[in-house]
Design a protein around this ligand. Structure first.
Ligand code: FES
Ligand code: FES
Length: 872
């Protein structure tokens, strides 16, 4: 017997290890790297999630070991032999319901990936302390956990509810403006609603990827002869096996799914081969046996040098200038000369990582239907129609041979717009004619997907003696990394939003996106607006000081109003009333904080909803009354925690006057409903518009059963940035607005409070809306203070390769967040909706910089503004 058993129930012999799980004695293979792998891979217990194994830094895998909450990816099997393991599957129904109801009622979850682990930790604490559990103590215990969605506010509300034995009121149905519990909240809280990595299919194989060891190198040879001989390996595939197109991409097809022999790597996330085996462990072990010969080249890592160089950084491209976004209005030079005050400042922002809690996972399942080969792909991507099209191109098959089903993902924030391992799982499944799953490790996820752009921005601004802005010149350079992704659009958005929510009569903006061999940068919540408005808010505060007026006054003097011309020339409509409303709404709190002697910083922001910039946006939805009495709502948007499925159901309840319990919300590519990515805060705006219209079509037809009632919402009237000769270029159809105030205690020098006033046009679901803002403020504070994802200038490889090193704020470090939602409807938008996904972190960094300046008199031009403390 290998271990001294505590339970005496389970033998531990030879290659088996015994313990008890949820009251049942079990034995598992000894070769699992940790307890989490044994639970998930052998016992198929999937409520503990894998967000970072084996590093133990996210808390998603927390289980009870002999009653203590412990991260299971850090437990060797020998250590837990003979122990009593409890997962949420083994908790009593009464307790499960108590947690699920509390999280649903309080809005304590968004994507839900982190929640089962947090519930286990909360249970352990409540078991110990009962109603005496203090909120701040629980926040400290959550130090072992990361939640990237919620800002922890509503998580702690939910835990308090359970600790106090309160019975929360769950609203299960309702139309617009109702605090309906999140769709699938119960199952998400308990870890029962499977993510892709939780799906098991008989005969399923596992794929692991071989990543390049050099960010810029010629690939001379790939030798997989040893790898194919490793235990359990079915095949090793390289670019030579791709039947169709190698290059993928949302806008430009420049991103190779695999780098072939004779090709060149262009960043640290390039993939050279796919190993397929009978288990994840065997696939990963065999990866080490794929031998690659490189001719290493010096990576191009400085964007300034890149745009001047003829040495092309990225394989199969012909310039290092990815894009240049330019526009001018008025006469900047003359305005500068006649202005009373002028400043010039250079601001720089850092690259950061999305750190969604669920690493990318794809499952591809081939089949034969009526003698035709088909592939069904389960994807967590933000644009399943784009995924389908690129997968079909890669396999050289017709689009209708590929169906992609969206599996609600565990967070994305823009980081799941580009294809990642969808291509590799699909290729392997197609070639082997077997189901194949590919799930990235945390490190692989860091390497592969696109990040937030670091941008250097020089702002030259002027105002008159009253503080009225007269001129603005901006020159910006963003490091977009290797492949295009949507980098050119991010810099275009940065340029468009360069002046923030203010009127500037003379403006001259140029923003360049550079290609380098650094990590790819693309979509990330805020999409260039954050960087621009960190700079613009800093400019305003400096000018206010020169003029001798307050931060609030200079914003009030310059805030955009209906009929005024905004940044790139758009004449703003009544939708922009929200900017001034947000500013006025925050004034009493601002005055009070100053009167109380606090260090205070103010930020005002705007963020477009929808892509705009001349892009034709069409969203469709289907309402189908089933013969069995259920109602299908099909739409084209990705649920990634933000609540689009809940919004879709609420709109259907509003229009059809039915109970939500009859509604099923579905997203797949069997119907052509999609038009691009779930991005740009447009899901609620366009999804609600399309579902509303589909409901109206259904009602008009008498609610005919088993018929697709198709609705559409269309925004195809916007103009391109800098389009010559357009008098009123409508760059964006819709904007949302927010004012935020950061309050720092002068004694402790800690941020004690953030007040966030948000105009989202129309609040569809107040709980979800508040949750979006709280989560964004948490992300915005991290962006302002501590988050960073640098890369080595010599190798172009990222240097912060653990979750902990990213600088994300933990629960105990999140200040009080007071959210107030206001409704200033957007004319012509469905219900007046404006969108809420991104605006919440647009004004935050500027407000933090201003508060820190008020604290110590130092202006800050670079993010992040504080380094992580040692204990972090
Ligand atoms: S998966 Fe174990 S702590 Fe993240
Ligand atoms: S709900 Fe916590 S990570 Fe998404």
């Amino acid at each position: 017997m290998a271990n001294d058993l505590k339970t005496g129930l389970v033998p531990t012999l030879g290659d088996r290890v015994g313990f008890s799980v949820n009251g049942t004695p079990v034995t598992v293979r000894r070769d699992h790297p940790h307890l989490l792998a044994a639970l998930r891979e052998e016992l198929d217990i999937t409520s503990p999630k894998d967000g970072c194994s084996p590093s133990g830094q996210c808390g998603c895998c927390t289980v009870l070991v002999d009653g203590k909450a412990i991260v299971s990816c850090q437990q060797s099997l020998d250590k837990v032999a003979g122990s009593e393991i409890t997962t949420l599957e083994g908790v009593s129904d009464v307790e499960r319901d108590a947690f699920a109801n509390a999280f649903a009622a309080c809005g304590g979850l968004q994507c839900g990936f982190c929640i089962p682990g947090i519930v286990v930790r909360a249970k352990a604490q409540i078991d110990k302390k009962g109603a005496g559990l203090k909120r701040e103590d629980m926040a400290r215990h959550l130090g072992a956990h990361l939640c990237r969605c919620t800002g922890y506010v509503k998580i702690l509300d939910a835990i308090e509810t359970v600790a106090k034995g309160q019975t929360p009121q769950i609203v299960s149905t309702g139309g617009l403006g109702v605090r309906v519990a999140k769709y699938e909240a119960h199952a998400l809280t308990l870890g029962d609603r499977g993510y892709i990595d939780d799906i098991r299919i008989p005969g399923m194989l596992h794929a692991a990827l071989v990543f390049t060891k050099h960010a810029r190198a010629e690939v001379l040879q790939i030798d997989s002869s040893k790898a194919v001989l490793q235990p359990g390996v079915s095949a090793v595939f390289t670019a030579a096996d791709v039947p169709g197109e190698l290059l993928m991409g949302i806008i430009y097809k420049d991103w190779p799914a695999l780098i072939p022999v004779g090709g060149f790597t262009s960043y640290a996330g390039d993939v050279l081969a796919i190993v397929v085996a009978d288990s994840r462990l065997n696939a990963r072990n065999a990866v080490e046996h794929v031998e690659v010969e490189y001719k290493v080249l010096k990576p191009i890592t400085d964007p300034r040098e890149a745009i001047k160089s003829d040495d092309i950084a990225v394989w199969k491209t012909d310039t290092n200038v990815l894009s240049k976004s330019v526009y001018q209005r008025g006469d900047v030079e003359t305005a500068f000369k006649s202005s009373d005050h002028q400043i010039i400042e250079t601001f720089s922002t850092q690259r950061i990582e999305h750190a969604f809690l669920e690493p990318e996972s794809t499952l591809a399942v081939p089949s034969l239907e009526n003698d035709a080969r088909k592939l069904h792909v389960y994807s967590g991507g933000q644009g399943v129609w784009d995924d389908r099209n690129d997968i079909a191109r890669l396999l050289n098959v017709a689009n209708d041979q590929v169906t992609v089903t969206l599996v609600t993902n565990g967070g994305a924030f823009g980081g799941k717009e580009d294809m990642s391992n969808q291509a590799h799982a699909s290729l392997a499944a197609w070639l082997l004619d077997k189901p194949v799953k590919c799930t990235l490790s945390r490190e692989e996820s860091f390497l592969m997907h696109a990040k937030r752009h670091p941008i250097e921005m020089t702002y030259e601004a002027a105002c008159d003696s009253s503080g009225k802005l007269t001129a603005l010149r901006v020159r910006a350079l963003g490091d977009s990394g290797a492949y295009a992704s949507v980098g050119m659009k991010v810099l275009e958005r940065m340029a468009g939003h360069a002046s923030g929510p203010y009127q500037v009569p003379n403006i001259d903006v140029e923003a360049i996106a550079a290609r380098t061999n650094n990590p790819i940068c693309g979509a990330f919540r805020g999409f260039g607006a954050n960087q621009a408005q960190f700079a613009m808010e800093g400019v305003l505060d400096r000018l206010a000081e020169k003029v001798g007026i307050s931060s609030w006054e200079i914003r009030s003097i310059n805030v955009i109003k209906p009929g005024m011309v905004w940044g790139p020339g758009q004449i703003m409509d009544d939708g922009c009333l929200g900017a001034e409303l947000c500013l006025n709404e925050i004034k009493p709190a601002y005055d009070a904080a100053i009167a109380a002697g606090k260090a205070v910083g103010l930020g005002l922001g705007l963020k477009n909803s929808g892509l705009g910039n001349g892009f034709k946006e069409i969203s469709k939805a289907v309402v189908r009354f089933k013969a069995n009495g259920r109602i299908e709502i099909r739409h084209g948007w990705t649920e990634m925690g933000q609540g689009i499925n809940t919004v879709a159901a609420q709109v259907a309840v509003e229009e059809l006057e039915v109970d939500a319990s009859f509604i099923d919300v579905i997203v797949d590519t069997t119907r052509e409903l999609g038009f691009g990515q779930t991005t740009g805060s447009r899901g609620t705006l366009m999804g609600a518009g399309a579902v509303k219209h589909a409901c109206q079509v259904a009602i008009a037809s008498g609610r005919e059963v088993e018929v697709d009632h198709i609705g559409e919402y269309r925004v195809d009237w916007t103009n391109k940035l800098g389009e010559p000769g357009v008098v009123n270029p409508i760059i964006h159809s819709t904007f949302s607005y927010a004012s935020q105030m950061v309050v720092i205690d002068r004694e402790t020098q800690k941020i004690e409070k953030v007040v966030a006033i948000h105009d989202v046009g129309r609040v569809v679901n107040p709980t979800l809306c508040e949750g979006q803002v709280e989560g964004s403020v948490h992300m915005g504070l991290g962006y302002a203070l501590t988050e960073n994802f640098p890369s080595d200038p010599q190798t172009a490889f990222p240097t912060n390769m653990t979750l902990r090193s990213l600088g994300i704020l933990r629960a105990k470090d999140v200040p009080k967040i007071e959210v107030k939602l206001i409704e200033s409807p957007q004319p012509n938008a469905p219900y007046g909706i404006k969108g809420v996904g991104e605006i919440g972190l647009v004004p935050t960094a500027g407000a933090v910089a201003a508060a820190l300046h008020d604290l110590d008199g130092n202006w800050r031009n670079a993010l992040p503004m504080r380094q992580m403390k040692d204990e972090d």
